[in-house]
Ligand binder design. Structure first.
Ligand code: FE2
Ligand code: FE2
Length: 340
C-alpha cells in the first residue's frame, strides 16, 4: 500500500481496545495520523479541534449511535470520508440511510487484513482524487484571477491610449477634434440603432473618434478635407491619411481591427474611393464611418443644411454608400435636427 500524502483519521468505538487495534494497524502503514476515542461526544470534541480526512465510527454505541454521529459529521464536514465500523453482517436494511448521510465505506468486525487493506486503499484513492481536484480548482481560480487582472490592465492601457490620442487631436486642431467627435456620435447612434452588441459599438465609437488623426499634422486648410482647394501635392498627401492612421493605430496592441476600419473610411462601395476597394472587401464598420463622416463634412464644410445634405447624399446611395446602411442612416437622420 502506498501512502502518498499525510492522512488524519479519527476512530470512535465504545470498545477502545478494538479501536486501538485498528489504529495500530493503520499507523503501521505510514504517513497516517490516527486518534481513537470511545464515545461520539469525545469524537465531536476532537472534530472541533482538528481537521480529519476520515472518520471511522462503530455502529452500536451507548448514547449517540454511529449513524447519528456520522450524520452530524456529514452535515458539518461534508468532505470528510465517513466509514462505518461494525460487526453487523447484513447492512442492507440501513444501506439507503448510509448513502443519504454520505457513508462511502464500511469495515467489518473482526476485520481480515486483506479486506481491510482493500477498503483503506479505496479510501485513500478517494482522498487523493479529491485533493487533486481541489488543487486544480485552486490553480484554475489563480489563472482566472491572473486573466482578469491582465484583461483589466489591457483595458486600462487601451483607454489610456485613446484618451492620449484624443487629447493630442484636441490640442492640435479643434476643427478635426470636433469633426471626429460629431462623426463618432453619429456612428455610435447608428450602431445602436442596428442593435449591435456593446463591444461593436465601443469599437466603431473609438475608431471614428480617431479616424482623421494624421490630419492634425497637415496645414490648417487641409483639415477641412476640401480637395478642390488643395494643390496636387497636398491632395496626394491627403489621400494617404487613412493609411497613415491605420499604420499608427496598428502599432498599439489590440488596435489592429480598429486600424483596418480607419484604413478604409474613405472607400466607396462602388470602388471609386481613395484606394479603389469596394463592396464586400470593405469592413462593415468602415462603411458606417464613410456615411457619417460624409454627412458631417457636407454639413460643416460645404455649409449644406441638414435636409439638403441628406438629399445630396441620397444621390450616392449604392455608389459611395452601402444601400442598407444608408437607408438606416437616412431614416435615423430624417428625424434629427442638427447635432450642434
Ligand atoms: Fe478622413
Ligand atoms: Fe473625417
Amino acid at each position: 500500500m502506498i501512502v502518498e500524502q499525510d492522512i488524519n483519521i479519527l476512530i470512535v468505538d465504545d470498545d477502545l481496545k478494538i479501536a486501538d487495534l485498528l489504529k495500530i494497524h493503520l499507523l503501521s502503514i505510514g504517513r497516517i495520523y490516527c486518534r481513537s476515542v470511545s464515545t461520539a461526544e469525545e469524537a465531536v470534541q476532537c472534530l472541533s479541534q482538528e481537521a480529519y480526512d476520515v472518520v471511522i465510527s462503530d455502529l452500536r454505541m451507548p448514547g449517540i449511535n454511529g449513524m447519528q454521529f456520522l450524520a452530524t459529521v456529514n452535515e458539518q464536514f461534508p468532505k470528510c470520508v465517513k466509514v462505518l465500523f461494525t460487526g453487523a453482517g447484513d447492512l442492507s436494511s440501513i444501506h439507503t440511510e448510509m448513502l443519504n448521510i454520505g457513508i462511502s465505506h464500511h469495515i467489518g468486525k473482526p476485520w481480515q487484513k486483506t479486506q481491510l487493506n482493500l477498503v483503506v486503499n479505496s479510501i485513500f484513492r478517494d482522498i487523493y482524487s479529491a485533493r487533486k481536484l481541489e488543487l486544480m480548482d485552486d490553480e484554475l481560480n489563480l489563472l482566472k484571477n491572473d486573466r482578469d487582472f491582465l484583461s483589466q490592465k489591457l483595458l486600462e492601457c487601451k483607454t489610456g491610449a485613446v484618451t492620449t490620442l484624443r487629447e493630442l487631436i484636441q490640442l492640435s486642431s479643434s476643427t478635426i477634434a470636433n469633426h471626429c467627435r460629431r462623426t463618432s456620435i453619429l456612428v455610435t447612434n447608428l450602431a445602436r440603432r442596428l442593435n449591435k452588441e456593446r463591444e461593436f459599438v465601443e469599437k466603431v465609437q473609438t475608431a471614428s473618434l480617431l479616424h482623421d488623426l494624421p490630419l492634425v499634422t497637415y496645414p490648417g486648410h487641409i483639415h477641412q478635407g476640401l480637395e478642390t482647394y488643395m494643390s496636387e501635392m497636398e491632395r496626394q498627401s491627403y489621400l494617404k491619411h487613412p493609411e497613415i492612421c491605420a499604420n499608427l493605430l496598428g502599432n498599439i496592441e489590440d488596435f489592429h481591427t480598429m486600424a483596418e476600419i480607419v484604413r478604409y473610411h474613405h472607400e466607396n462601395v462602388d470602388g471609386s474611393g481613395f484606394y479603389g476597394i469596394s463592396g464586400d472587401d470593405l469592413p462593415y464598420e468602415s462603411k458606417m464611418i464613410r456615411i457619417c463622416d460624409c454627412y458631417d463634412e457636407e454639413e460643416t464644410y460645404n455649409k449644406n443644411a441638414h435636409h439638403s445634405t441628406l438629399d445630396y447624399m441620397k444621390m450616392f446611395r449604392g455608389k459611395w454608400f452601402d444601400n442598407e446602411l444608408f437607408d438606416e442612416f437616412y431614416e435615423m437622420m430624417s428625424s434629427y435636427n442638427k447635432l450642434r
